[in-house]
Write a protein that binds this ligand. Sequence first.
Ligand code: HEC
Ligand code: HEC
Length: 353
Amino acid sequence: MMKRICALIFWTTLLAGSMVALAQDSVAPSHAPGFPLWAYGYVIPPDPPEDWSQRCLGARPRDCDRPGGMPKDLTNALMSVQGSDLEFTQAVITSPFSPADWFPGDHPEMPDIVAYGNEEIGLRACAICHLPNGQGLMQNAPVAGLPVDYFLRQLDDLASGKRVTSDPHKANGFEMAAMARAMTPEQAQEAAEYYSSMPFKAWVKVIESDTVPKFIASRNGLLMKIEGNETEPLGQRLIELPEDTYQTNNLRNPRSGMVAYAPIGSLAKGKELVTTGGDTSFECLTCHGPDLRGTALGPPIAGRQPSYIGRQLYDMQQGTRKGIFAAIMKPSVERLTEDDIIAIAAYVASLQP
Ligand code: HEC
Ligand code: HEC
């Protein structure tokens, strides 16, 4: 019963959020032809698309928080997740500066920047988006198990503008860049060491299929299955959904993972491209390691969220992710088609991290 009430409140918030968006004046950024909607968490192009690229250039990263993004609950009911003795209200679960930590035993003690961020300057806790265990969600990034030097390089590139999302509508991408500018070097180092110390765990199940459960797009870049058993044609898309929408979106349960639906044949085609480069690319294994678990040069990518992988390949192709190390990868992505990106993302995500 409580679950239903919360779900209802959640959908209402979502709707109210969309209405706020319609009322806002917005510059209409365009999405290039071939833009992989699925990788950025859209069903159809956002209408009207908003341009967030200039909204949090100042000192408050949170100015890029999209209203209506997080589920809200006015009842103050205590919620729980399987396997945890703790109980939290929705407000605490999604608290920007001290989000619930369901499983403190699953990770080392969080540095303050990860657990609390910095409220004074509107810098949200890393844990609210990347989760306390660093597994991350499709709309942000899996940060667990990344090498410290790679992690810090990304923060530098984000801060200096060498890495920006190619989607002007992706508010959290611009918020991330603002956070990178707002963090002190000590905070960046602590966050990098913390997330780096935990292995990234198997998190995504990849299924080849002609159909996908019916789903909608949330305002924060998460695609969500609609209750019931209805399906729709998958087409040439890769659709990543939480295994359980309520656990992921409302409870932010860091043990509840994702399921990705990919067109039939994706895994074999992806394997071919990754191991040989096919006609359009180069062997990924050379730089990312024989099992794609990373080398001194290329970061680990095996088993990570396919939407995230797809977005990175596209952003590198578009040239909006262009740090000196991303440039090393450019020849590998330049000629990839959207279908190649789908196949590669599906195959890489299907591997054991
Ligand atoms: C509002 C949600 C949000 C918060 C809070 C957040 N991030 Fe991020 N983070 C993102 C998004 C979105 C991306 C990039 C996704 C993309 O490029 O598509 C990202 C990417 C990253 C990356 C790059 C990962 C990679 O594999 O290259 C690092 C590192 C990172 N964040 C660190 C942090 C740290 C440290 C904090 C806390 C100070 C933090 N983030 C807080 C949303 C967030
Ligand atoms: C010549 C070496 C090289 C090759 C070949 C290469 N990569 Fe990379 N890749 C890199 C480097 C270096 C980075 C880190 C870029 C940075 O620091 O911004 C990277 C980053 C990435 C990322 C982003 C990871 C993250 O956490 O954001 C993905 C995804 C990726 N590569 C996938 C691939 C795939 C798939 C292929 C094959 C089609 C491939 N790479 C081929 C060197 C390479």
